[in-house]
Design a binder for this molecule. Structure first.
Ligand code: UFG
Length: 327
């Protein structure tokens, strides 16, 4: 059985759909602080899942799950993920993302479960020496969010050496899109991400879309990111599990498309896909934003055979379908 922590959240829920499509037995563990019970209910209409409400900060919650089910492998998404909030409240991030993960790993060891796929982030790299970023780039995270994930990466490497626990660390770049049928999607409160904010401004006139800075040293002056489709990302988790089961080795992979798109380019594709004249204004830079960030994803392509199947336009189309269904 596969345990998915954070399976009621954005990336977790899309990965659960992939696992169900591949006939896996799945138990979802989520505290529903950022995840949604509606997402769990939708997942239950797609396939059979067990749902256990609980919080990784309480070791007895996760112990209960391991006592109840025979867990073979864990995919660990459950985390807080707002960079700005983490600067203001680092305790929240270290307690949940780092200490909570320790509770999970120790419970896994107790129950002799030694395979885990972990959601890490390109935020662990910090300021960049070069782009595209490969996995060998130095890691000097500049936010408590990035540090909380980086610490877990280090813990996992030590747990492999000491206890033989095998981990696949996936460092995501910017995630975009939704389930192709619009059943589940990106649902954050508050929403800070680019694509949902552009699309929401179509439905909610009070949420006028703002471009955070057009004076960066990029061709059109706006920031560049690597937008990976959420269903393609879900597939990377499936391939990571196959690799763990076959090779029984730890490894680390970037998950990105290797394409950089500017905020203005994303905005233009949103206007094209939705066929709407979306109101926009230029605002000042958002603190902490990097100018340009995109992946070298050669390793995951070569070792796991993962290749992005969906374009940025596909991601925006599915995200729009979700926003239309959701509002
Ligand atoms: N942006 C806008 N307007 C908005 C929202 C975003 O102009 O309303 C711009 C941002 O300034 C940035 C780009 O769009 O240049 C992308 O911003 P997102 O908030 O969508 O994503 P980030 O690149 O800031 O964050 C992502 C992940 C984080 C991760 C971070 C690491 O979502 O979890 O990359 O750099 F920590």
């Amino acid at each position: 059985m596969i345990l998915v922590t954070g399976g009621a959240g954005y990336i977790g829920s899309h990965t659960v759909v992939n696992l169900l499509n591949n006939n896996n037995d799945v138990v979802v563990f989520d505290n529903l602080e950022n995840g949604h019970i509606e997402t769990i209910n939708t997942l239950k209409t797609i396939g059979h899942i067990e749902f256990e409400k609980g919080d990784l900060r309480n070791i007895e919650d996760i112990e209960r799950v391991f006592s109840k089910y025979k867990i073979d492998v864990v995919i660990h998404f459950a985390a807080f993920a707002l960079v700005e909030e983490s600067v203001k409240n680092p305790a929240k991030y270290y307690r949940n993302n780092t200490f909570g993960t320790l509770n999970l790993l120790d419970t896994m060891l107790k129950h002799d479960c030694k395979k885990i796929v972990f959601s890490s982030t390109c935020a662990t790299y910090g300021d960049l020496n070069y782009i595209p970023v490969d996995e060998k780039h130095p890691q000097n995270p500049i936010s408590p969010y990035g540090s909380s994930k980086y610490m877990v990466e280090r813990i996992m490497q030590d747990y492999d050496k000491a206890y033989g626990m095998k981990s696949i660390i996936l460092r995501y770049f910017n995630v975009a899109g939704s389930d192709e049928f619009g059943r589940i999607g990106e649902w954050h409160e508050p929403e800070t991400h680019l694509i949902p904010n552009i699309l929401k401004s179509i439905f909610d006139k009070d949420k006028k879309f703002k471009i955070f800075g057009n004076d960066y040293n990029t061709p059109d002056g706006t920031c560049i990111r690597d937008y990976v489709n959420v269903e393609d990302l879900a597939e990377a988790h499936k391939l990571a599990i196959d690799y763990l089961n076959k090779e029984n080795k730890s490894n680390i992979f970037n998950v990105g498309t290797e394409n950089g798109n500017s905020v203005k380019e994303v905005f233009d594709i949103c206007s094209e896909v939705t066929n709407k004249d979306i109101p926009v204004e230029i605002a000042s830079r958002r603190s902490g934003d990097m100018e340009a960030l995109y992946a070298n994803a050669n390793k995951i392509k070569t070792v796991l055979g993962w290749h992005p199947q969906r374009t940025l336009k596909d991601s925006i189309s599915s995200a729009y379908k979700w926003e239309q269904n959701h509002f």
